[in-house]
Design a protein around this ligand. Structure first.
Ligand SMILES: NC(=O)c1ccc[n+]([C@@H]2O[C@H](COP(=O)([O-])OP(=O)(O)OC[C@H]3O[C@@H](n4cnc5c(N)ncnc54)[C@H](O)[C@@H]3O)[C@@H](O)[C@H]2O)c1
Length: 232
């Protein structure tokens, strides 16, 4: 049976990715720093590991859990991420470092550690963001998500031909991350989305499932914007 490892799988987009990949027949290993991962995994009959992708211990725990799953990892979805938004002149160094360390550093460290265990014909899907094009108040996040696109392209070359590596760049998507934004900001963004609505987690999950599947077997090193057309 094929194993899919999903980071940030306890809630939001990661949880929806788990639902879609479960329906596609993958065995699942959900990874999250939050305790809620145990409940999410129990609902799906999935394996769970509580781990922080930005620490060496966390990465080791994830690789061990994948090895002990009894299935070869066929898909790694690097979805775990955080925001620490503020205007550039107010941004402190801790907020800058935390966002880059988790979104970018943790993702790269886990991919490098898990890639040698992944099977022939496997895939990695990194969750970047439309914000890599630039958003006021997201200097740190934009840098991390843009870096993830550079990492996607570099890893796509170095892990080929065994493993394909692609990225999905979601636009504004309903989740606890975006619910934390001020109401007027949410409304302004939603009104500017060409398809006329916010993204739903399943919109992103469907893009991930396709890129991870053999149907996308000739797609490598690419970025798929799932943003309703708001590429500005
Ligand atoms: N919601 C959006 O509009 C949007 C848009 C573009 C990109 N994204 C990206 O999609 C991904 C999921 O976002 P979401 O909206 O579901 O967010 P969310 O905050 O609802 O969920 C993120 C999950 O990641 C986990 N996590 C955070 N840091 C972790 C760490 N160090 N190790 C392991 N797990 C960790 C959290 O505990 C949480 O369960 C993120 O990478 C985010 O940057 C979201």
């Amino acid at each position: 049976m094929k194993l899919a490892v999903i980071t940030g799988g306890a809630r939001g987009i990661g949880r929806s990715i788990a639902d879609v990949l479960d329906a596609e027949g993958y065995k699942l290993l959900l990874v999250d720093v939050s305790d809620a991962v145990d409940g999410a995994a129990a609902e799906l009959g999935a394996l769970a590991v509580r781990a922080d992708i930005s620490t060496r211990e966390g990465v080791n725990a994830i690789v061990t859990a994948a090895e002990e799953s009894g299935a070869e990892p066929a898909l790694l979805v690097n979805n775990a991420g955080i925001t620490r938004d503020s205007l550039l002149r107010k941004m402190d160094e801790a907020a800058f470092r935390a966002v880059v360390r988790i979104n970018l550093g943790g993702t790269i460290a886990l991919t490098e550690a898990l890639a040698p265990k992944m099977c022939e014909g496997s895939a990695v899907v990194n969750i970047s963001s439309r914000a890599q094009l630039g958003n006021v108040g997201q200097f740190n996040y934009g840098i991390a998500k843009a870096g993830l696109i550079g990492a996607t392209r570099a890893l796509a070359l170095s892990l080929a031909p065994r493993t394909r590596v692609n990225a999905v760049a979601p636009g504004f998507t309903e989740s606890e991350m975006t619910l934390a934004m001020p109401e007027q900001v949410r409304e302004r963004i939603i009104n500017s989305i060409p398809v006329g609505r916010a993204g739903k987690p399943v919109d992103i999950a469907n893009a991930v499932a396709w890129l991870g599947s053999d149907r996308a077997g000739y797609i490598n090193g690419q970025v798929l914007y799932a943003c309703g057309g708001r590429t500005f």
